[in-house]
Every structure is written in C-alpha cells, then in structure tokens.
Ligand binder design. Structure first.
Ligand SMILES: Cc1cc2nc3c(=O)[nH]c(=O)nc-3n(C[C@H](O)[C@H](O)[C@H](O)COP(=O)(O)O)c2cc1C
Length: 222
C-alpha cells in the first residue's frame, strides 16, 4: 500500500489541504490548496503563480501537505495577510523531519513532499511532488473532499424535496433542486467517478421519480 492509499486518498479526487513552505528569506508560510493524485504515488498541487506558495515551491522545491479538519485553520491561512484576527504566528509551525519546510503543529495527518516536476502555465502551475515521509495522527483519518460535503447537503435537500413535492410546494422544491444541481456539478469537478458521484446520481434519480409522481413533470432538472 502506498502512503496515499493509507491516507485514504482516491485517484483523481481533489482533497483540500494546507501547504506549508518557507519563503526565500526563511519565514514559514501556509496556505490552503487542493491536492490530487493520478497514480497514488505522486501528488499534484496547482498554485496560482501569484501565490507565495508557488514562489516558495519553485525556489525551495519542497513542502509539507498538512491535513486538518477545522475550518478556522483554512480561514486563518487563506487570509493571514488580510487582517484576520488571530492570524498564525511562528509557534503555529515546527520544522518538518526530512524536507526543508515547516509543518503545522496541530494536524490530523501530513505528507512531506519534494517537487519532481514544475510546469508553469499562464496563471497557474502544475507542481508534481513525490512523497518523502507521511504521518497520520488519528486512526480513522479521512482527507477532506468537498464532494463529501456536497453529497451530504444534496441528501439533506433531497429529503426535503420529497416532502415539498408530496405537499405540492413546487417553489420550495425547485429552489432546493437548483442547489442539488449545483452540488452535482461540484462533485463532477472535484470527485469524478467517485462514491460521491454515485450517490448524487442516485439522489437525482430518486428526485426524478418523486417529480413524476407529483405535478412537477415538465421540469428540465438534470
Ligand atoms: C480550501 C481551499 C483550497 C484552495 N485551493 C487553492 C489551489 O489549489 N490553488 C491556489 O492557488 N489557491 C488555492 N486556494 C486559495 C489560496 O489558499 C489563497 O489564495 C491563499 O491566500 C494563498 O496564500 P499564499 O500566497 O501564502 O500562497 C484555496 C483556498 C481554499 C480555502
């Protein structure tokens, strides 16, 4: 089993992480970034070329990919330079073990990675990394994927759509169907051919059946 398989990665699915790096003058930096693996051995990060993370990856050639479950770490690291209260300080980090990068102190899991290929496009780069070391601190660790959240939201909305259609509350049902459609598109983007895409297809098929049984037959939903 590869490190990514042990961390419950799924091929082609985007997981949200916090990438930590050193700036060229040695300051620790952290930013949320989506990461994806096509071969379960390497990880691709796609930073915009305007980000500090891109500069640091290009210059330093390594990073730590940190996994956390709390929204506040995403918030603090995304807006650290824009007046966020309690933005992180240096005690937020410690040195990684095998790569020359900082790691977050409080994490559920992490990957220490080295850049093996960096392809710069117009606005965004494709940075392919190999995994030099990994760590997992919680036994039932699951990296965060937006597709999981989207599938759960769609299921919640579907249960209400069923109720609204049975009651004949078409306006309410249509409003929630638009949200389900949005979640379907999000899942197609972040988690194609995954358990989440199977779930959303099933949810939508159920909604179609409920629609058939109700008066809302003409809708062009999905
Ligand atoms: C969950 C999440 C995922 C993100 N993914 C990316 C990404 O893949 N690439 C990117 O350039 N920015 C991404 N961002 C935005 C950056 O985190 C944000 O622009 C940040 O301020 C960049 O910081 P830096 O300049 O220190 O690198 C993401 C933001 C969030 C909240």
């Amino acid at each position: 089993m590869t490190a990514l398989e042990k961390l419950r990665f799924v091929r082609g699915v985007i997981f949200e992480a916090i990438v930590s790096t050193y700036t060229p003058d040695g300051r620790p930096n952290a930013a949320p970034m989506g990461v994806v693996s096509d071969d379960m051995r390497h990880l691709a990060i796609s930073p915009f070329t305007t980000t500090q993370t891109f500069t640091n990856l290009k210059r330093g050639g390594c990073a730590v990919v940190n996994f956390v479950a709390d929204a506040s770490t995403f918030y603090k690291t995304a807006f650290k330079n824009e007046g966020v209260k309690s933005a992180y300080g240096d005690d937020f980090f410690k040195r990684a073990e095998v790569v020359d990068a900082p790691q977050l102190k409080e994490v559920d899991a992490l990957l220490e990675v080295s850049v093996v290929k960096l392809q710069e496009e117009e606005n965004r780069a494709q940075v392919i990394c190999r995994i030099d070391r990994w760590e997992r601190r919680t036994s039932r660790f699951q990296p965060y994927c937006r597709g999981g959240f989207a599938a759960i939201e769609a299921i919640i909305h579907a249960t209400r759509i069923r109720m609204f259609l049975a009651q004949g509350s078409e306006g309410e049902a249509r409003r929630l169907m638009e949200l389900v459609e949005y979640y379907q598109q999000l899942i197609a983007r972040v988690a194609p051919d995954s358990e989440y895409s199977s779930i959303i297809e099933d949810v939508i098929a159920r909604i179609d059946v409920w629609k058939e049984k109700s008066s809302l037959k003409e809708s062009s939903f999905v």
